[in-house]
Design a protein around this ligand. Sequence first.
Ligand code: PEP
Length: 238
Amino acid sequence: MRKKIIIGNWKMNKDKKETENFLNEISKKKFETDKDTIYGIAVPSINIETFSLLKTNEMKISSQDISQFDSGAYTGEISSSMLKSFGVTYVVIGHSERRAYHFETNKTVNLKAVNAIKNGLVPIICVGETLDEYENKQSKEVVGKQIKESLKGLDLSKIVVAYEPVWAIGTGKTATFEYAQEICEFIHSITSKELLIQYGGSVNGSNIKDLLNQPDIDGALVGGASLEVDSFISLISK
Ligand code: PEP
């Protein structure tokens, strides 16, 4: 049986003090998680050290991006091995915000994922259609192409895919459970039944259980609702 994996994405939020406050607060809370559920947070790189020093539970650390290169003259970039040396396990790659604002292509996403795996990180590869594509009923065509090109040559047992319809990210509009399930089932059908597939897009404590009950949805990638301790706990509690 596939495990469940819930990862928060803090995006460009929380400075050092706010990161410390979150971890101090969560360390005082009592909550129970399912032993088969992996959970963690994709933290801004500059706060990963603070996060790794203060975290007191099973929380995994993810980064929000990596360089496709190992080292060298790439000003501003951070490599997989640097992240690994700070205890990072997962790395979000090809988030729609990076595809849109940093012009990342499926090819770049693929190269980053290859580099992550080579250095022992688990890539969380994001795919998803825009509102226009959704309305024009092109979702499967678009997502199918993203999957084919972004996952090219990858060992599917070493990656996670996050299906995130762009129109549902940060908008409060969640895809219906049936629709999210249909696309995740489609992704399984063109990859492998072993692949872990998260859904992302306005997930919160009230809708996560229903989403996770869908047979092809193995977890969630969560932005807004991962920022506050209580709402994060509502995502990961049994
Ligand atoms: C995300 O950042 O990947 C995301 C899904 O954001 P939100 O949960 O806020 O829609």
